[in-house]
Design a protein around this ligand. Structure first.
Ligand SMILES: Cc1cc2nc3c(=O)[nH]c(=O)nc-3n(C[C@H](O)[C@H](O)[C@H](O)COP(=O)(O)OP(=O)(O)OC[C@H]3O[C@@H](n4cnc5c(N)ncnc54)[C@H](O)[C@@H]3O)c2cc1C
Length: 389
């Protein structure tokens, strides 16, 4: 049988699992209440090689394949802190791959290496108050001023945004050209004119911080332009696939844990003289959910395999076929994770509605998967275009 994982992956899994269970999970209540996890989490994840395993060694990583990132996302779910996992994955799989792909030697030294070591915290700054799904509609502008750019505008929903040291940010350099007028910049947050406008209060993933950012003529030197001017949208479309794929992998893994936890609950909870798990109606429901999850896992692994082959073996941009499959995985897993969480909450009865029970938090946290990194509707919109309907 096809088996993508080696003994090395298994060892790495153990490291991540221990980190999640022993160093993160015990702080769940505190960090959820604080609506923020502490900065040492990034540093510790960097020390353990959790952030950079799948990046080239010359970029500060360990030069391993993408299955290491999969192993990481699958084991991090044992922290039972979706917000912390999101903050870590932004650092390792969402805001940094594009720097590795197109960054200059200097940008890799100044930004990527410290990020993978956990010494600098990074955010991905794409969404804006008036443009989320419709990325080409962003309004933050970078105007040339001598050898520099002056960036003005705002970004919202930015994960790690209240404490990031720099933001991998998409802005307009030629507003009249729509999607063909976007560029990526690496924007240090200590520059004059940069401010955190607001920390947003969320319904889930509370242990992560999410911010609205404001930029008032922030002077950014030309050396912080990432890749070519006006090619940002194309780079983003590649980068988005990494974000969506790792979100799908984590979603499937998290749902398996949710099911296991819920079924254990059903062995203890008695109604009408029997543990509720002994009711056939629920047994069949759980059989169906496991079946769907196994199918989703197999499909997601197919996406990972193609992604790994193209990016890591052939070292080419992702093909449209892989982009298509990853978008499908994002829809499939986003909706399935919601279904699992909803059924599991129902199985808990009234206790599922009470905050002391983990399923209540799981139900709120998972909802993001159908929204963040591209909504399921937007995925369908792009897929319909891609498939030529
Ligand atoms: C907790 C959290 C963390 C996030 N982290 C980040 C981050 O770190 N960096 C970042 O840049 N962004 C981040 N985001 C933003 C996220 O990616 C956007 O919220 C998402 O892309 C949707 O954009 P929007 O919220 O503006 O919704 P809108 O674009 O306003 O969409 C509203 C509704 O319209 C629907 N819709 C839009 N277009 C179409 C269409 N063509 N066809 C059918 N329906 C459509 C959508 O599906 C949705 O239901 C985060 C969001 C949240 C909630």
């Amino acid at each position: 049988m096809w088996q993508p994982f080696t003994e090395e992956h298994t060892q790495f899994r153990k490291t991540v699992r221990q980190f999640a269970e022993k160093e993160l999970a015990p702080h769940a209540e505190e960090w959820e209440a604080d609506e923020m996890f502490p900065n040492w989490v990034f540093k510790r994840a960097g020390e353990l090689g959790i952030l950079g395993a799948h990046f080239p060694e010359e970029h500060g990583g360990q030069g391993l394949d993408y299955w290491f990132s999969v192993a990481k996302a699958e084991e991090l779910v044992w922290s039972r802190l979706a917000g912390v996992n999101m903050g870590i994955l932004v650092q390792s799989d969402m805001a940094t791959p594009v720097i590795s792909d197109i960054g200059t030697k200097e940008q890799i030294e100044e930004f990527l290496k410290p990020a993978l070591a956990g010494d600098k915290i990074v955010s991905l700054g794409v969404s804006e108050p008036a443009a989320g799904s419709d990325v080409a509609g962003i309004r933050t502008v970078a105007k040339k001023d001598g050898d520099d750019y002056l960036i003005s505008g705002s970004k919202t929903f930015i994960t790690n945004g209240t404490r990031a040291d720099f933001v991998t940010m998409l802005v307009k350099t030629a507003p009249e050209r729509g999607a063909h007028g976007c560029s990526f910049f690496l924007v240090p947050t200590n520059l004059k004119g940069f401010s955190v406008a607001k920390k947003l209060k969320k319904i889930g993933n509370k242990s992560s911080d999410t911010a609205e950012l404001f930029l008032d003529e922030v002077r950014v030197p030309r050396r912080y332009l990432l890749g070519e001017e006006n090619m940002g949208f194309m780079y983003l479309m590649q980068n988005f696939q990494t974000e969506r794929l790792i979100a799908a992998v984590g979603g499937v893994a998290g749902s398996f844990v949710t099911l296991e936890h819920t079924i254990n609950y059903g062995r203890e909870r008695v109604a009408f003289g029997k543990p509720i798990i002994k009711r056939e109606v629920w047994q069949h429901k759980f059989v169906d959910l496991y079946t769907k999850l196994e199918a989703a896992k197999a499909f997601t692994y197919k996406c990972v395999d193609q992604y790994n082959e193209e990016r890591y073996v052939k070292k080419t941009p992702l093909s449209m076929e892989t982009v298509k499959l990853i978008s499908m995985a994002k829809i499939l897993v986003g909706e399935l994770v919601s279904e699992v969480a909803d059924e599991c909450l129902q199985f808990h009865g009234g206790w599922g509605y009470i905050e002391d029970f983990p399923i209540a938090r799981i139900w709120r946290d998972q909802r993001l998967l159908r929204i963040g990194g591209g909504t399921t509707e937007t995925m369908r919109y792009y897929l319909a275009k891609l498939m030529g309907f």
